[in-house]
Design a protein around this ligand. Structure first.
Ligand SMILES: *Cc1c(COP(=O)(O)O)cnc(C)c1O
Length: 417
């Protein structure tokens, strides 16, 4: 396919783009459980206006755009405050959770090399930890030990302990982990890392902008943030339940010295001194500005209200699933993530993927995951007002698919093309 020779008028181009979206998930209806996090009309408005202001700005050089340097430092320090970082806590904005994780892993490798002389670094992550840790190990030449989870889906700290050795630079916990939504025993993981002098990274990509508000709302949250001694770094995505549009996350380090291990500076190029906080070069100001604007617009009270709504939605969904014969929830996740599977104890069990197909036909989108075969929901304010409809559709679909099995067993968290 070749690019059109003659340019085309704006209205035509935009109309084409609108038409292309016809087969995309209908997230605005609230029928998508994940990928889109909808803070409501006023959040859209403030994000769109900030996006227009910063559409063209470039954070590559904050001497040219000091406003972006300030935006980054304010968003990072607000986030550090929510996560109980002490005075020295510092970090950077990145393009998303994956980049924040890559930065955290790189910092651990570099610290191991510098402070402990480790030449063949290793890391220990449970099978529940996000795939981005495997990507980091691949990119940065780190040997990864994958350890099993316990029946409650939390990491098995004993299994991790068996995999830790003198070359371990990093041990990882998640708050919460994505597949079943449970929070790992972070204090035990941090203590394990401390035993060999390795970093402990907490992946709060999902929980970073949820758990602080859950705690403020008075629901119990196990210890997971910088209040846990021995946590070195945390990743937290603003573009998930921080309700900013896609392209922005925070990587935080307990102090500036630890942060130094993730940055790159080079002073031997004909183009001049090059200092780089994360993995990007040219860096759009748009997501940074929208994050700043959305966080300012919502404030703590706004986030608490959205979190309350999220918890109400998720609790209703969990209760509804529990009340539906043939399906059940995996694990005892109490926040915004739900994994639903066929109940093996039911007399007429349900194939999760056949159920997923039937729900999708009615416009309800879940990620399919395995093992075990299950349907994933990241519940948020996006789903406010549709949970009763969903549970009605669920009941119908369960009846429809009992005794059938989907031919397609593929899962699809992320795709290539
Ligand atoms: C979403 C997520 C990531 C990855 O973040 P991206 O923004 O998709 O790159 C990592 N860990 C967890 C727990 C997540 O939910």
């Amino acid at each position: 396919m070749k690019l059109t020779q003659q340019g085309r008028p704006t209205d035509e181009v935009i109309a084409d783009l609108e038409a292309k979206r016809a087969n995309d998930v209908r997230w605005a209806d609230g029928r998508t459980f994940g990928m889109i996090y909808d803070g409501g009309p006023s959040v859209h408005e403030v994000a769109e206006r900030a996006a227009t202001l910063y559409l063209h700005e470039n954070a590559l050089n904050t001497q040219a755009f000091p406003s972006l340097g300030e935006i980054q430092s304010q968003v990072v320090s607000w986030t550090a405050g929510l996560l109980h970082g002490e005075d020295g806590a510092s970090g950077f904005l990145t393009s998303g959770g994956t980049e924040s994780i890559l930065c955290g892993v790189l910092a651990a490798r570099e610290r191991g090399r510098t402070e402990r002389g480790i030449e063949a670094p290793e890391m220990v992550v449970a099978e529940s930890a996000h795939a981005a840790f495997h990507k980091a190990a691949h990119l940065f030449g780190i040997r990864l030990h994958k350890t099993p989870v316990l029946p409650d889906w939390r990491v098995d700290v004993d299994a991790m302990a068996d995999a830790v050795n003198d070359d371990t630079v990093l041990v990882v916990g998640s708050a919460p982990q994505y597949p079943q939504g449970v929070v790992d025993p972070i204090p035990e993981i941090a203590a394990l890392a401390a035993r060999v002098g390795a970093n402990c990274h907490v992946d709060a990509c999902m929980g970073g902008f949820v758990l602080p508000f859950v705690e403020m709302l008075g629901r119990e949250v196990p210890p997971w943030d910088f209040r846990v001694e021995g946590v070195h770094s945390i990743s937290a995505d603003i573009h998930k339940l921080g309700y900013a549009p896609k392209g922005v996350s925070v990587i935080l380090h307990r102090d500036k010295k630890l942060r130094r291990y993730q940055t790159f500076v080079f002073d031997g190029w004909l183009g001049g001194f090059y200092a780089s906080p994360n993995l990007q070069g040219t860096r759009s100001g748009l997501p940074m500005a929208t994050a700043w604007a959305v966080m300012q617009h919502l404030g703590i009270d706004g986030y608490k209200a959205l979190t309350q709504q999220t918890l109400d939605n998720a609790d209703r969904m969990r209760d509804g699933i529990a009340a539906t014969d043939g399906v059940r929830v995996l694990g005892d996740g109490r926040y915004h993530l739900i994994a639903m599977t066929g109940d093996p104890e039911s007399e007429r069990p349900v194939d999760a993927f056949a159920l997923g197909d039937a729900l999708l036909e009615r416009g309800w989108f879940h990620d399919r995951q395995t093992p075990p075969d299950s349907l994933h929901s990241t519940v948020s304010n996006t789903n406010t007002g549709v949970i009763d409809d969903y549970l009605k559709a669920l009941g119908e679909c369960v009846d429809e698919v009992r005794g059938t099995r989907a031919d397609d067993r593929s899962t699809n968290y992320a795709t290539l093309e």
